[in-house]
Design a protein around this ligand. Structure first.
Ligand code: FAD
Length: 384
């Protein structure tokens, strides 16, 4: 996505309370939290533009086997115990709610009536607009197309004084937040090269394709849908055997889980793939075909159609999810650099976890007791 016009700043030395590296959903939401919830000034730096990383792609979670249905029933019970409205639907009930969907007799679904759908690009546009209202008050600035190249450390080596970018030196009084998505590990590695700190953050890119069929008319959907397997962040080698084409590379651990949503203008968004294929974001037509085939297993109507029918009315979004092997994002200070905070590794849940992450990070920087216990997300103890 091209950068919307904004208050870009070039070649300067400036001072802010907080400098945030990364203008994805996580970095921008953290900026928003500081702007609305404190008096601090904030700079957001990005090597490219907002939405150029992973962020650019009410719910029914559906199962097709007895085993998945039992798992979903248990999930509904756990959510209810936690006070969340949730309902288990049998395949018969599901047919009434989503007539285009067929999960077979053994299937079922977890319905979360209070869930909402989020359009990533519209959400980012909304957050950017809100953040920019603080420009005139001198509390917000953006440095886009300006990659971070170094950290300037104070003499006591326990703190970072400034973030060096290709064009600017940004001094930070309170802290630096690194929200660089799947680039966070390699960026920190580069920034700390030659220093006395060895930090190996286990964040790596997990590529995802999303197929968008514009003005889709063959059927409509009443909920955001995903198959139960989508929630499982762990690589699944078993999925490879499901594909006959032989293109699935075992090293890449390719899996495709059905997700289907309809946006407000009537586009059908079909997802999505997961694979480890480095930092490249080229579209792979064979993966798009897998997504189409998988969706056809849930929507009989699609089986009567051909993907070729949509050649003129389709596009494909490709993004790199920031994957961490234990499935939990890294949120917290780097032990040896106590004013540098990591907020990365949200894999396939960064859109839903952005607000919570932002609250946690801002409480940490401001020294407030957090509402959420952040121990499980701490950097300390989870990196080598
Ligand atoms: C196909 C697909 C479907 C998804 N579906 C969902 C979903 O249904 N629900 C959900 O919650 N999440 C979903 N996600 C996941 C979600 O998109 C990510 O978790 C989220 O976007 C990660 O945001 P981020 O801000 O951490 O990273 P990014 O959006 O990748 O942002 C990181 C930013 O850091 C910048 N950067 C990198 N290096 C530097 C540097 N040296 N200097 C300055 N800036 C730098 C990059 O340019 C980039 O803009 C999906 C992802 C994909 C790919």
């Amino acid at each position: 996505m091209a950068a919307p016009p904004g208050p870009f700043v070039t070649t300067s030395t400036r001072t802010f309370d907080v400098v945030i590296i990364g203008a994805g959903i996580i970095g921008l939401t953290i900026a928003r939290q500081f702007l609305l919830g404190s008096e601090l000034s904030v700079a957001v730096v990005d090597k490219a533009a907002p939405c150029s990383g992973a962020t650019g792609a009410g719910s029914l979670t559906v199962g097709r086997t007895r085993e998945e249905s039992v798992t979903l029933e248990k999930k509904v019970n756990r959510l209810r115990e936690a006070g969340v409205r949730a309902e288990y639907l049998s395949s018969h009930d599901l047919r009434l709610k989503e007539p285009a969907l067929d999960v077979g007799e053994d299937g079922g679904a977890a319905l979360l009536p209070d869930d909402s759908q989020l359009d990533a690009q519209r959400t980012v546009a909304f957050i950017l607009k809100g953040n920019r209202e603080f420009v005139s008050k001198g509390r917000y600035a953006e440095f886009f197309h300006d990659p971070v190249t170094g950290l300037l450390r104070s003499n006591d080596h326990g703190k970072v004084e400034a973030v060096q970018t290709s064009k600017n030196t940004l001094y930070c009084k309170k802290g630096v937040i690194v929200a660089a998505g799947c680039w966070t590990g390699s960026l920190m590695h580069d920034l700390l090269r030659g220093s006395d700190i060895a930090l190996d953050l286990p964040v790596k890119p997990r590529k995802g394709h999303l197929l968008v069929l514009e003005n889709f008319s063959p059927f409509s959907l009443n909920h955001g849908l995903m198959e139960a397997g989508y929630l499982d962040h762990l690589p699944k080698t078993a999925d490879l055997q499901n594909y006959a084409s032989g293109m699935a590379d075992r090293e890449q651990n390719l899996s495709v889980s059905m997700t289907a949503t309809m946006d407000v203008v009537g586009n059908l968004l079909l997802g999505s793939s997961r694979q480890f294929a480095g930092f490249g974001t080229d579209m792979d037509e064979s993966i798009v075909n897998h997504i189409w085939t998988r969706a056809g297993e849930f929507f009989p109507k699609l089986k009567q159609l051909s993907l070729q029918d949509f050649t003129k009315d389709r596009h494909v979004r490709v993004g790199l999810r920031p994957y961490v092997p234990d499935g939990k994002p890294l949120i917290g200070p780097i032990p040896a650099l106590m004013n540098v905070f990591i907020a990365a590794g949200h894999e396939g849940s960064g859109l839903s976890m952005a607000m919570g992450t932002a609250e946690m990070v801002s409480d940490m920087v401001l020294g407030r007791p957090g509402i959420v216990d952040s121990t499980a997300f701490a950097v300390q103890g989870r990196v080598s």
